[in-house]
Design a protein around this ligand. Structure first.
Ligand code: XIL
Length: 296
């Protein structure tokens, strides 16, 4: 069975994972090919990877993922255009509004334009809120206030009119937490101003006990009149019931398009010590994998 085939059979658009050039062959590549219908580059589309020096674009690593995905029939989530991490020092030291605006527009025109028509969805801005719902301090917000959001989304729409444009964040896992309603309110406000936001991505990096709140959280995100997606799922300890619950949550919410797991094998996770993924060090499927297959 393939997670992607099963999820599509119940009406979802994809079941995905992350990829990089080094993970497309061998056992990791075989698992991606068989089980997953969508890939997100874990690193290679971030700013420090695509434009490490001003106006010098490097696409070897990201092209490898896009080419592999295209030739294997996988859809792609582009990740992430504006993020305060993996952001080169030369960008962080800009202080002039007009200069930063043109740097953002040039970055997005080149990166999004590179794969026009090939990327299903882009994370245009990533982690721009603090947990209390205020705007995070970054070079983008300190130089441009919240105007950087409209600048980024409009540039992305212009570069690839068919890509779904997302705002992506974490701590959107519970309707009681301050970030969720604050983000929904801002997305409504920005959309009313004509900013082309199509989707909200909920990273969904979970601690044990949090899965039960995901369905109502995803539903609440859709009140901003957008599609939603679980974009970076991992669960500390990988409890099978909790994995099932998150997959079920997206299934139950009609506007949730799909789930992306943030890694294949535990030792390759960004939080390897918590063993949060669906496959163990030997690439054997863990109980959480079976729980999802049984549910679907
Ligand atoms: C992480 C990668 O998994 C790591 O390998 C890298 O060192 C740092 O970034 N939120 C995000 C992802 O949006 O891009 C992050 O990915 C995890 C947190």
């Amino acid at each position: 069975d393939s997670l992607d085939t099963l999820y599509k059979a119940v009406g979802k658009i994809y079941f995905g994972n992350i990829a990089e050039a080094s993970k497309l062959s061998g056992q990791n590549g075989a698992i991606l090919k068989r089980n997953f219908g969508q890939v997100t580059p874990e690193w290679s589309m971030k700013w420090e990877a695509t434009e490490p020096n001003r106006d010098q674009f490097t696409f070897d690593a990201s092209d490898a993922v896009v080419d592999w995905a295209s030739s294997n029939g996988k859809s792609i989530r582009g990740h992430a255009l504006l993020w305060h991490i993996a952001l080169p020092q030369w960008v962080q030291s800009i202080t002039d509004k007009a200069e930063l605006t043109s740097v953002i527009e040039n970055h997005i025109a080149n990166v999004v334009g590179r794969w026009k028509g090939k990327i299903r969805a882009w994370d245009v801005v990533n982690e721009i809120f603090n947990d209390d719902g205020s705007l995070r301090a970054s070079v983008f917000s300190s130089v441009l206030g919240e105007d950087f959001v409209g600048i980024a989304f409009r540039a992305a729409r212009k570069a690839d009119p068919k890509a779904k444009l997302y705002i992506n964040d974490y701590s959107l896992d519970n309707v009681e937490w301050a970030k969720l309603p604050a983000l929904v309110r801002k997305v409504k406000e920005w959309k009313a101003q004509g900013i082309p936001i199509d989707g909200i991505g909920s990273q969904t990096h979970l601690q044990p006990g949090m899965a039960g709140a995901i369905e109502s959280s995803l539903r609440e995100l859709t009140t901003a009149d957008v599609e939603v997606a679980v974009t970076e799922l991992d669960i500390v300890g990988a409890n099978p019931e909790e994995y099932k619950t998150v997959v079920q949550a997206c299934y139950h919410v009609p506007k949730c398009v799909g789930v992306t797991i943030w890694g294949v094998r535990d030792p390759d996770s960004w939080q390897a010590d918590t063993k949060p993924l669906l496959f163990d060090a030997n690439f054997d499927a863990k109980p959480a994998y079976g729980a999802i297959v049984d549910y679907l």
